[in-house]
Design a protein around this ligand. Structure first.
Ligand code: PRP
Length: 215
């Protein structure tokens, strides 16, 4: 039988997924010794792991070349797509927040605010819901620089520990949305390989549930 292909977001979510799989009892030896390989078997689970950038996880799952994906809710909120979001994996927890320079009232005055972000869709929706007309500037990384350099009034970004904001004289103005890693499934795969995928979802839910009971 063809293995079920699971796309993992390279980096922290990949490592957290490997430890989740090890708690379930899967042998992730190959994944842990991957070198530069991008497709790795998890033979005892009947899985094949594919290592990809976050937005590409969604692309591969949506096109059906991967059956399942592990990706952050931040990426799902920004890119959307048609797939089933089946499990909140409980790791990769952080939040989207609106943040700006400490001591400056973001809402003071009437000028059109400039917002820098890696997530223009998330930021646009947030301000549209407020009925506030802002100008969005897309930044690729270290978004905190934009208000420090005078490019923007504020940022919409991921905040985890809050250290990056604090060490750069910025603070959260408002929470936008909580974020954590999610498991997504291709719509056709869920129908065609229902039993195998539901078994995997069951094992994951049971293990994630046990973890949360301990916290
Ligand atoms: C993320 C995010 C913040 C930082 C938040 O950046 O964009 O800059 O982490 O984490 P903290 O609250 O724990 O300080 P990342 O490290 O992914 O780099 P990037 O901004 O260059 O994408």
């Amino acid at each position: 039988m063809k293995p079920i292909r699971i796309a993992l977001t390279k980096g922290r979510l990949e490592r957290d997924t490997v430890s989740l799989f090890e708690r379930i009892g899967y042998d992730c030896g190959e994944l842990k010794q991957k070198g530069r390989r991008l497709i790795l078997p998890i033979p005892d689970a009947g899985l094949e792991a594919v290592l990809a950038k976050a937005a590409d996880v969604i692309t591969y799952v949506q096109h059906g070349v991967c059956d399942i994906g592990v990706v952050g809710k931040d990426t799902i909120m920004e890119y959307g797509g048609s797939f089933f979001e089946v499990v909140d994996l409980g790791f990769g927890k952080c939040r989207f927040a609106l943040a700006g320079p400490v001591g400056k009232d973001f809402y003071d005055g009437y000028h059109r605010r400039v917002i820098a972000t890696k997530y223009p869709n998330v930021a646009s929706r947030f301000f549209a819901e407020k009925g506030m007309d802002v100008s969005i500037v897309k930044i690729e990384g270290s978004v905190e620089l934009a208000p420090l350099l005078g490019l923007s009034d504020a940022i919409v970004d991921i905040v985890e520990t809050g250290s990056t904001l604090k060490e750069n004289g910025l603070a959260v103005i408002e929470e936008v949305a909580p974020v954590s890693a999610r498991m997504i499934v291709n719509e056709a795969s869920l129908k065609l390989r229902q039993q195998e995928i539901e078994k995997l979802i069951g094992q994951i839910e049971e293990t994630v549930g046990k973890q949360e009971e301990r916290i």
